[in-house]
Design a protein around this ligand. Structure first.
Ligand code: HEM
Length: 397
């Protein structure tokens, strides 16, 4: 199939210019767990505009990354060669979802949908903080002294899934949620095989239908769906806006589960291994830990006209990925973990509350953490911790 020879976000592997062949001839694979584990160390020896095995380039220099965030020629809209392009909307669920959610939109439609989502989300969040606290208590009170758990896969996941299930008021079981969120995250990675793409299509279709069914039921005032219906922009009245609501709920679900569970793992490990661990967790410790080891390592853009970055010529249609972890490592003050500029994370406040409330409560107990089998999921552009064990020694120190 022709589309599979191309990349989700653009064209084929770039040709290296003469200048770019000198330092490193290897293409970087951002799904390689070994690279994910040691990215900052390895990246010290890489060119600032580094070619990727899946096509496109990774930007590593702090200044280039900052400029790229504000460069209108680096867009979020998939190129016309991509399976996610607008012209494939009636052909693929993936393309139809991409046309409805902010990460794959630019200009007017992005502004419209982003504002709608951000207002509805903020309204829903107002009365939600207490629920986060009680869910954290509930999950932690089910822990058994002497038992060992996988910190991210068991403990943090149960919590982040439950928080997002409550925030969105959906009844899906844990397995369904994992299948839906994994499928959505696959849209942010380049090239999939035909079989993988077919699986993604099925899972995305299931997710959309399941959310549509659930929002078809009566909702109380104060739910996200109610706020979304109330705030629906007039400009979208001719569209299938219930589908747009469902797709944006899927986006929030995915963002609220995957990056948050990984961040909880990372913050707790950094606290446990720190010589200067504060007895009481602070918001600043949480933010600094996320900055040092952000779960969202890169964000994708697509070049819409010929650009030169650090001497490298980037052709229209080429995917360009911005390394947030490199930017964080080099920036003194700025924090890139949640992005900057027009696509900045909408859910930062909820993410920090979720991570802070869970970790703060867990630190009231006595536990040990074993990182001897730590590894990372082979997830393009993300750093999602796996295999870390936590053992509860006693409840409430
Ligand atoms: C530690 C957890 C999280 C991290 C590290 C994170 C990071 C990011 C980053 C890097 C971006 C993209 C910026 C870009 O493309 O320029 C983003 C976008 C976004 N995030 Fe988060 N996020 C987290 C949690 C959440 C949560 C909990 C939600 C909501 C429930 C959320 C909702 C969104 C949305 C809707 C966007 C798209 C914004 C747009 O394209 O206009 N995120 N996030």
């Amino acid at each position: 199939m022709k589309f599979l020879k191309q990349f989700i976000n653009g064209l084929r592997r770039p040709k290296l210019s003469d200048q770019n062949t000198s330092a490193h001839s290897e293409f970087l694979n951002l799904s390689d767990p070994k690279l994910i584990a040691n990215f900052l160390e390895i990246s010290k020896n890489l060119r600032p505009v580094c070619p990727l095995s899946t096509g496109g380039y990774l930007l590593l220099d702090h200044k280039d990354i900052r400029e790229a965030f504000y460069n209108r020629s680096l867009c979020n809209q998939p190129s016309r060669f991509s399976v996610l392009s607008k012209r494939n909307q009636s052909k693929y669920v993936a393309a139809s979802i991409a046309a409805n959610i902010p990460p794959f939109l630019d200009s007017d439609r992005h502004t419209l949908i982003r504002r709608w989502l951000a207002i509805s989300y903020a309204n829903r969040l107002k009365s939600f903080n207490e629920k986060i606290e009680s869910i954290a208590d509930e999950i932690l009170s089910s822990m058994v002294v002497g038992s060992e758990y996988l910190l991210v896969e068991n403990m943090a996941r149960r919590y982040s899934v439950e928080v997002m299930r409550t925030f969105l008021e959906i009844e899906f079981d844990d397995q369904q949620i994992k299948s839906y969120t994994s499928a959505l995250f696959r849209l942010f990675a380049p090239a999939q095989s035909a079989i993988e793409f077919e699986k993604t299509e099925i899972a995305l279709n299931d997710a959309r239908q399941a959310i549509l069914n659930t929002i078809g039921e009566e909702k109380y005032n104060g739910s996200l769906v109610t706020y979304m219906r109330e705030n629906c922009p007039a400009a979208l009245s001719g569209e299938r806006y219930e589908e747009i609501i469902a797709d944006n709920m899927l986006l929030l679900l995915a963002d609220g589960v995957e990056n948050v569970e990984a961040a909880i793992g990372s913050v707790l490990i950094q606290w446990y291994e720190s010589d200067l661990r504060p007895s009481e967790l602070t918001d600043s410790f949480v933010r600094k830990s996320i900055k040092r080891d952000t779960p969202g390592q890169t964000v994708p853009r697509i070049c819409s006209e010929t650009l030169r970055i650090a001497g490298e010529k980037i052709n229209p249609g080429t995917p360009v990925f911005l390394s947030l972890s490199s930017a964080n490592a080099l920036a003194e003050k700025e924090d890139y973990s949640f992005g900057i500029g027009r696509h900045k994370c909408i859910g930062e406040k909820l993410a920090i509350s979720m991570i802070y409330e869970f970790c703060r409560r867990l630190l009231q107990h006595d536990f040990t953490i074993d990182t001897s089998e730590i590894h990372y999921q082979a997830q393009f552009g993300h750093k999602w911790i796996r295999g870390v064990r936590i053992k509860i020694v006693s409840l409430l120190k």
